[in-house]
Design a binder for this molecule. Structure first.
Ligand code: ADP
Ligand code: UDP
Length: 237
């Protein structure tokens, strides 16, 4: 499938049209940002890892009944995906308190929840991706009630599948962000990416962070952590 014009350049990926109007090519960059773009940097090799990891995880989810945008990996950094109209919600599922949850609610990082939580942010960089609830999302017409229900069901299902998979790799899935989109016929599918950029992944034995928090928090060993988590995935999928 030939790459045509660039439609969009985001913080972590570029999106290209193809000769087929229903398909896009996403290209993963090594660029890294944090704190709504305030912190910028490069994580060498990240684009390759995120591309391959996201594709393998989406293929696994698809086999387990979660529809995704994934079609075919084209090369190290590029993947053919189904074009969707993105639902402008960042869907965050958490198993353990960390990051903004720990900060907002004054909970220590590492507190394990009895049940996973779900929250939504309005995907809007200019507004700083503000948190919102279901009735806000409905008021803003970001999605219908039925779509939000489907998104919640898929998000919790993805959590169960990913949690079990990462556990088999000796990794604890702390939290992650998903994006969903609508195909031309309105079907809701999982889109965007699942990677160490969008998930918190801790070594189950040592608690070592194997995700973008190493970049966000200047912990060092960023490239090594991405390589390690990819290595764990390759050994188990
Ligand atoms: P951002 O826009 O947050 O900087 P990226 O750099 O990852 O993020 O850019 C990729 C963009 O492509 C995102 O806006 C994402 O919502 C969008 N996207 C992801 N998957 C699809 C898809 N299948 N169809 C259309 N857009 C998509
Ligand atoms: N996340 C993301 N993109 C965002 C915000 C969050 O991928 O714009 C992911 C993040 O990597 C983590 C989870 O969602 O795995 C929860 O992030 P949190 O709300 O704690 O925000 P942060 O601490 O990253 O600001």
């Amino acid at each position: 499938m030939q790459k045509k014009e660039q439609l969009y350049e985001g913080k972590a990926k570029k999106v290209f049209a193809t000769e087929c109007p229903e398909l896009l090519i996403v290209q993963y960059k090594d660029d890294a940002t944090a704190f709504n773009g305030l912190k910028k940097g490069t994580i060498s090799g990240k684009g390759v890892i995120n591309n391959q990891m996201s594709n393998r995880l989406m293929a696994m989810l698809e086999c387990s009944g979660v529809p995704t945008h994934y079609v075919q990996e084209l090369n190290d950094r590029e993947t053919l995906v189904k074009k969707v109209s993105i639902v402008p919600l960042e869907v965050i599922v958490r198993n353990i308190a960390a990051g903004s949850f720990a900060k907002h609610y004054g909970v220590e990082e590492g507190v394990v929840f009895d049940q996973p939580t779900i929250e939504f942010s309005y995907k809007n960089d200019a507004l700083g991706d503000p948190l919102l609830n279901t009735s806000h999302a409905l008021a803003l017409k970001l999605a219908s009630e039925e779509e939000i229900e489907i998104i919640k069901v898929y998000a919790f299902r993805v959590n169960e599948l990913l949690k079990a998979f990462w556990k088999s790799c000796g990794v604890t899935l702390v939290d992650f962000k998903l994006e969903f989109g609508r195909l031309a016929d309105g079907t809701i599918v999982l889109a965007d990416e699942i990677s160490p950029d969008t998930s918190r992944l801790w070594d189950s034995e040592t608690g070592e962070k194997l995700d973008k928090d190493r970049f966000r928090r200047d912990l060092g060993g960023v490239e090594e952590a991405y390589a390690e988590i990819m290595h764990r995935l390759e050994a188990h999928l």
